[in-house]
Design a binder for this molecule. Sequence first.
Ligand code: UGA
Length: 442
Amino acid sequence: MSHSTDSEPIGVIGTGYVGLVTAAGFAELGNDVWCIDIDEAKIKGLKNGRIPIWEPGLEELVERHRARLHFSTDLADALEHARLLFVAVGTPPTYSGDADLSAVHAVVEAMPASDRHALVMKSTVPVGTGATIKRLFAEQGKGGFSYVSCPEFLKEGSAVNDFLDPDRVVIGDDGDWAGDAVVGLYAPLEAPLVRTDIKSAEMVKLASNAFLATKISFINEIANVCEETGADVVEVAKGMGLDDRIGPKFLQAGIGFGGSCFPKDVTALKQLAGNSGYHFQLLNSVIEVNELQKRRVMAKLEKHLGSLVGKEIALLGLAFKPNTDDMREASSLVLSARLQAAGSRVRAYDPVAEEEARKLIRGVDFKASAVETVEGADAVVLVTEWAEFAALDFAELASSMRGSLVIDGRNFLDPSKVREAGLTYEGIGRPALKDREPAGTT
Ligand code: UGA
């Protein structure tokens, strides 16, 4: 990797999860980065080395490159030092399901007339946003501003590594200096590059997320059919995934996808299609399957426990996936609400997301450890596959529980270990023990 002192300085507007990882990543590549945010408290914290999100490796990276990372609330600082201004502000869903672009538009408004600067869009935006922004620039007498679409494919929990070792870099531009400069910035990563027009780059992002979400809803439906037929979805996914054309990733059945991206982007693409007069039938199903999937645990609990009134239910994991404290669209939100509506008492434990969870979940008894959560419970539901849950001593748990049911919402635990402890194991799309034929039976 190049660490030359003449590396292009850049600006990053928005110090959320994408902005900070992008800033720290480019600092690692040797670039000076001016990070701008309107949130004064956040900038003050960052100046003092406080990282507002929990992302493995990020704090260390920011610390290591403190000399190259400059934090400010004043856009002029970035404009003075950098030509390329990466935009990494939030584009949350509106009630209609369209993306809320108000933060993006505020950035566009704030730009001065210039013919030596470019906006580089990292935020996930609808197809056509680049064209709209360019028209806005022209109308506002800022036609000299360049525009590049550079979608982000980071996964929470492995974002630093995803930045430094990406599967691909996608750059959409008009073939001007700014596109060349962004290509140059990413060159040290030696990643496959797709350089294309702005609209296609915007679509690559939405279509990639929608496809991955479709893959998950697909395997979840296969899991549901496995439950009806006695097949084991873990074996099925293994058999399917070895086909190169299918691949093994994102074929883990479970209680649905969550997070800040898939639910939002699938809905945004559906809306985008609808706004252009096209009914995207498949994505409707992807969304519906996911909503129903989050609720399937209820039926599983009722099958074993009967009425859930007065039952003590222990939730292990709350974050939308492991290695993050992000609770956005987490399956635990739906589950904890449904359980309480059914009259259960809910206790829960998450190794890092408790603080975030407390902001969103009411009526739940938060515990300090998995062992404490399970004590006296009628049933345990594994919601998020944190590594520490695989190492639990199930014999110990069994002796402290009131009931004996373990529902593994992520097919993460070793069923035989759970069963050996005298507990009843139920996964997603996996047959109950009694349905299994002895190994070797043809
Ligand atoms: C996702 C994409 O994977 C990134 O490429 C993209 O950059 C990002 O959205 C974004 O648009 O910002 P992320 O939301 O961090 O990343 O999380 P994923 O690891 O993709 O997981 C999403 C959800 O799918 C989680 O709830 C996870 O539990 C679920 N999932 C994932 C499954 O249920 N099964 C699987 O096989 C994989």
